[in-house]
Design a protein around this ligand. Sequence first.
Ligand SMILES: O=C(O)CCC(=O)C(=O)O
Length: 282
Amino acid sequence: MSAAAQPNPFPALTPAQRLHIEIYGYVIVENLLSAAEVNGLKDTLYEIEDRFRTSGQMPGPNCFNTSTTEQFFRIDNLPHLAPTFFDYVTHPRIVGMAQEIIGGPARLQQSDAHIRRPVPDQDGRYGFHRGINPAYDHTENGLYHFSFVKALTNLTDLGPDDGGTTVIAGTHKVPVDVPQEAIVAAAMDDPSMIHQVEAPAGSTLLFYESLIHAAGIIKSQKDRLLILGGYMPTMFQAWNGYDPDMDFAATVSDEHRALLTGESKFNWPRQRRELAEPMEVA
Ligand SMILES: O=C(O)CCC(=O)C(=O)O
């Protein structure tokens, strides 16, 4: 059995961070990962891409590629593929933040790591989307909780030309009755609503998956690497293709296995905070 899980902090967000995600649908927590963690993740991801391109070899069972183009290499379903990936998706602060927004125990619902390179002739066109519409939400102590949250960490420094994740602020609460094309068109008319991540490598964008978002447009010549975990309440299923590798899950601590498998299902004690409550410091 692997090392016991460290406790996840609660609250895992400062009052300012919690208010930011409440209002805008996202918050950036700068420098959440150390330089060593960032470098380990980058090395893992480049090695996986190199092996795939030279021999077509995949890094393990139960994983897949959403894309293998030169401009977008993506490996999906990560925890069992490398210790660096496992440590990311089980990182206590990341799981703590996800649980705080979900409002109770989380399971890993999806995990993927990307290498993005400049796309010729992209012409200012963003691929705005949301993975789920605003639904399955609730409030506790007046704060908005949602059933699908992502923690996306940039593994390269992001300046204004480096294509950081781009969001339409506040759209996490705009219901499905408003057509998405209309929301995107309205935001493009007033780009002050379009926010793009600029942050040092190792910074984490935490966002409600109902927030309309897109990969940014890389205008520099730099690779952009990222890793993300998607989290949901334990009674939800994994996203298609992201079911846990059960042989691997059997080797980790009980707490980590529950995070990967969602096995506690409807045993779901709610967690609630007051906005003013300070973040728990480990
Ligand atoms: O590439 C990015 O920054 C955004 C990733 C994304 O769109 C997603 O995870 O749904």
